[in-house]
Design a protein around this ligand. Sequence first.
Ligand code: NAD
Length: 260
Amino acid sequence: MIKGKNALVTGSTSGIGLGIARALAGAGANIMLNGFGDAKAIEQLQAGLAAESKVKVGFSGADLSRPEQIRDLVAAATRELGGVDILVNNAGIQHTAPVDEFPEDRWDAILAINLSGCFHAIKAVLPQMKSRNWGRIINIASTHGLVASVHKSAYIAAKHGVLGLTKAVALETARTGITCNAICPGWVLTPLVQKQIDDRAAREGIPIERASIELLAEKQPSLEFATPEQIGGLAVFLCSEASAQMRGAAVPVDGGWVAQ
Ligand code: NAD
């Protein structure tokens, strides 16, 4: 089902997005990578992924906070791969601060990238998915789309919004071959979370390892990080025929975080 399909994965130069891109490429999908990072390292990533999975791999450095660049990204993926059958809205950023001290520019950036970016990408790909009557839209939300924590107001507002958007799109496409679902990861050890561990270690004057265990113990009953490979595996499932009647679902991969 996935072999020969074309997938656009936003924010796929690192972390969870890269794990999803690898998994989809491993299942035979051509991939449009997107994100920021060192140009040479991205070139190597692109070539390595193409060689190991024998699929086409494109790249665009489009900034997901800019609607016109998102439209250009979808156009580039369509041109270079031949279409977009699978859209994974994964690009995201974080900032932590109490609400009354939350920098307004960080609020705007988080809402723009983590929420509005999903809308603009979905709007841009839906017409071609409708014309083929097949598509898979996977939004990477978070446990923070389902429950809250302190000091993450913008992120939590955006991720709750992503789950609302997922349901709305799922309803509008319910009688088509297009599905829209969300994945809600708990803690996954990526640069985004490493920064929170480093900040905690510095704040509390404790070693990184201890800060990492404390971070898990606070929220994630398994006391283990979920991995980009596990999220990638779920994304592959959500692209399969077995998932064709999953519509508007929010699937946690969180070591039991939201079971509490
Ligand atoms: P990461 O920092 O490792 O990767 C983020 C990716 O997004 C990178 O490729 C980066 O270049 C890209 N990116 C950032 N800003 C961008 C922009 N303006 N335009 C285009 N690309 C941009 O982070 P991650 O942990 O892999 O997070 C990926 C997604 O998973 C995010 O949506 C995040 O909210 C979500 N998530 C992460 C965790 C976790 O524990 N790591 C948990 C729940 C949800």
